[in-house]
Design a protein around this ligand. Structure first.
Ligand SMILES: C[S@@+](CC[C@H](N)C(=O)[O-])C[C@H]1O[C@@H](n2cnc3c(N)ncnc32)[C@H](O)[C@@H]1O
Length: 338
């Protein structure tokens, strides 16, 4: 075997072991280690007692976490927190704690069906769990809470991009459809004191939307409706917002959501579609993973700008502007075609 063949073999080994890395990270989070590490040095034995785990198993997991940068191993056999482990603690606004839990459990099981999704074009999540992701979250409040926190963390990550690309100050009534945990609408309300809003989401998520609006002190200016945007879209708003929603759905369903917005919109109303728009060719690891995630988890897809234009056109909208923030989120503004 020459050097190039060895390097290729080593790289393939790393790629094949990706599932093990996912489980190491998710297991550490499910054992509560990012919180237990705190800011003090701890031995694996101490962590094992606190996490109710086997001493030897914990010692081996901690070594793996140290190699991955999720703990720092000191020469005296103790471990300390690192910037990566702090990003997995419960409660932090940008924490990926919920994402890590789900990525090693219900989402992990769904990814085991990637072959099914590629062969059939249908979401493996439903095939594996016997129900779609939204129905599953409705029945699993703990996972719904993890999901809500992940959405909130993502909205926080992209907030500055969205505010930089779109000026919300002219709007008087904003409707956020599929508002998730409500972080975006809450932050927009905080910055625009004359704005009122209606946040629409399914019952399992609406609980979290309300909680966020209350914690941000803007619940008096935002009504939360626990209903489906396939059934009803509140009429007469200046601005309808769909953030990270259309990519969850296939073209027929996405067009149906847009048609409901179009029917509810005033003639001079505007629509914001906020998504990570796909490249025409190529892509990054993040963008191709996101696209496959939409297939496996929901039967949706990431779309190029041209594909969003085509969807908007099917529903009686035309794009008026678009801009992409520094961290890769695109805000597409569209107006109803008279
Ligand atoms: C990917 S999340 C995006 C959440 C939020 N917009 C954000 O960016 O953080 C999609 C949201 O759509 C909601 N959703 C799914 N089906 C829905 C329906 N039929 N009616 C209203 N909301 C729905 C989900 O509960 C979830 O909160």
């Amino acid at each position: 075997m020459d050097a190039a063949e060895r390097a290729a073999r080593d790289r393939l080994g790393e790629l094949i072991d990706g599932h093990i890395v996912t489980q190491i990270v998710s297991t550490a989070v499910r054992l509560g280690l990012p919180d237990l590490l705190g800011e003090e040095a701890r031995t694996a034995a101490e962590l094992a007692v606190k996490a109710n785990a086997d001493h030897s198993g914990m010692a081996r997991l901690m070594k793996a976490l140290a190699v991955l940068g999720l703990a720092r191993e000191s020469g005296d056999g103790t471990y300390q927190a690192t910037p990566l482990s702090r990003g997995l603690r419960t409660g932090g606004e940008s924490s990926l704690h919920g994402d890590a839990v789900m990525s090693g459990t219900c989402l992990y099981e769904a990814w085991g069906g990637l072959e099914f999704s590629v062969r059939t074009g249908s979401p493996a999540f439903e095939n594996v769990h016997g129900q779609g992701l939204w129905e599953y979250l409705d029945a699993q409040p703990e996972d719904a809470a993890h999901f809500a926190r992940t959405m909130g963390s993502s909205s926080g990550y992209y907030l500055s991009d969205i505010l930089e690309v779109h000026d919300f100050s002219a709007a008087r009534l904003l409707v956020d459809l599929g508002a998730g945990d409500g972080e975006l609408v809450a932050q927009v309300l905080v910055r625009n004191p004359r704005l009122r809003a209606i946040a629409v989401d399914l019952p399992a998520m609406a609980v979290h939307t309300r909680r966020t609006l209350e914690s941000r002190g803007v619940s008096d200016r935002c009504e939360v409706r626990a209903e489906s945007f396939f059934d009803a879209v509140p009429p007469g708003a200046d601005l309808y917002v769909l953030k990270a929603v259309l990519h969850n759905w296939d073209d027929e369903q996405a067009a149906a959501i847009l048609r409901n917005c179009r029917a509810a919109s005033a003639p001079d109303g505007r629509l914001l579609v906020i998504e990570r728009v796909a490249e025409d060719t190529g892509g990054t690891l993040r963008s191709v993973v996101n696209d496959l995630a939409m297939l496996v988890l929901l039967g949706g897809r990431e779309r190029t700008l041209r594909e969003y234009d085509s969807l908007l056109g099917r529903a009686g909208y035309a794009r008026t502007s678009h801009g992409t923030g520094a961290h890769g989120i695109t805000v597409i503004e569209a107006a109803p075609v008279p």
